[in-house]
Design a protein around this ligand. Structure first.
Ligand code: PEP
Ligand code: MN
Length: 338
């Protein structure tokens, strides 16, 4: 249930709604907007409660039920776009934020080269996996803690924030000490215990769309993070499974305007995992920016032929530099910048 407070409602009036909800054993989340406050009343039995319970309270303008399964990620809870700020880099504003780097951190030499080159081409966040959830248990699984240490070294050396995946609930507190953004991989989008733990950490988080998840399921998964009070959630479209098998996945370009319509959360696009092949990456990266994505997550490797993971879909530093030039033109055409 969403309780819209009147413009200028007093703190006592807002407290009145919060206390009433708590007395009924319900949880609440506040959206203290610049204009007016919205109180989300959360709980499994809110569907049975009459809205009048809250409508009669002083300072309440309107009470409505959110019919969608996701509440906190919805525009009903927060009409204005959310911006996630990472060391002053705003995701969800006018700037298209490009995050780039190798799929996996492989060695000091590889990662420093990658970080240096992506930054010099205009990426403002570097990516690299230290824990790699692989389709096969026999594939390279990442450097683990040694990989996290290399991420921090690159962050300090090049003054660039880092994003890396966390796969295990028990690793959340450790990884959040090293990373500026925690990535939840597509295969973990509905790992609810992991989401709850990351929600508690309050660390900015990049929530990838599951391989076969609907947009509703994805936004409902985001609610797990938001419900713990972590408002720093960035969504990432990375392609879904369809009958089409000419690319690794099918990039759902439609999800960009759909998510923007129904959710206030910033949304970036990962063209690399959708494409599965370096030759397809530039076209779909440009399509994503044209369609309204707030940023991109692109795999770039100093020497893709020798990559331990995802070499086929990784751009070379020079291909990435060329793409960034083209992306700047697309961004300008849609009233944004890189
Ligand atoms: C990745 O970003 O390297 C990755 C494994 O992505 P996804 O979870 O989208 O497959
Ligand atoms: Mn990858």
């Amino acid at each position: 249930m969403i309780v819209d407070m009147r413009k200028g409602a007093t703190p006592e009036e807002i407290d009145g709604v919060v206390e009433r909800a708590r007395s009924l054993g319900l949880d609440i989340q506040l959206n203290l907007g610049t204009d007016k406050t919205i109180v989300a009343i959360l709980g499994s039995n809110t569907g049975q409660l009459p809205t009048d319970i809250f409508a009669v309270l002083p300072g309440v303008e309107n009470v409505a039920r959110i019919m969608k399964p996701y509440k906190l990620a919805s525009r009903e809870f927060k009409a204005e776009d959310s911006i996630v700020s990472i060391n002053g880099i705003e995701i969800g504003g006018k700037r298209i934020v490009v995050m780039a780097g190798p799929c996996a951190v492989e060695s000091e030499e590889q990662f420093m080269k990658a970080a240096r080159t992506v930054k010099s081409s205009g990426a403002c966040i570097v990516r690299g996996g230290a824990f790699k959830p692989r389709t096969s248990p026999f594939s390279f699984q990442g450097l683990g803690k040694a990989g996290l240490e290399l991420l921090v070294r690159a962050r300090e050396r090049f003054s660039i924030p880092v994003v890396t995946e966390v796969v295990d609930t028990h690793d959340v507190s450790q990884v959040s000490k090293y990373a500026d953004i925690l990535q939840v991989g597509a295969r973990n989008m509905q790992n609810f215990t992991l989401l709850t733990e990351i929600g508690k950490s309050k660390c900015p988080v990049l929530l990838k769309r599951g391989l076969s998840a609907t947009i509703t399921e994805w936004l409902t998964a985001a609610d797990y993070l938001l419900a713990e009070g972590n408002s720093q959630v960035i969504l990432c479209e990375r392609g879904i499974r369809t009958f089409e098998d000419s690319a690794r996945f099918s990039l759902d370009v439609c999800s960009i305007p759909v998510v923007k319509k129904f959710s206030h959360l910033p949304l970036i696009v990962d063209p690399s995992h959708a494409a599965g092949h370096y030759s397809l990456v530039p076209a779909i990266a440009k399509a994503a920016v044209a369609a309204g994505a707030d940023g991109l997550l692109i795999e770039v490797h100093p020497n893709p032929k020798e990559a331990l993971v995802d070499g086929l879909q990784s751009l070379t530093p020079s291909d990435f530099a060329r793409l960034m030039k083209e992306l700047r033109r697309i961004a300008k055409a849609v009233g944004r910048y890189i």
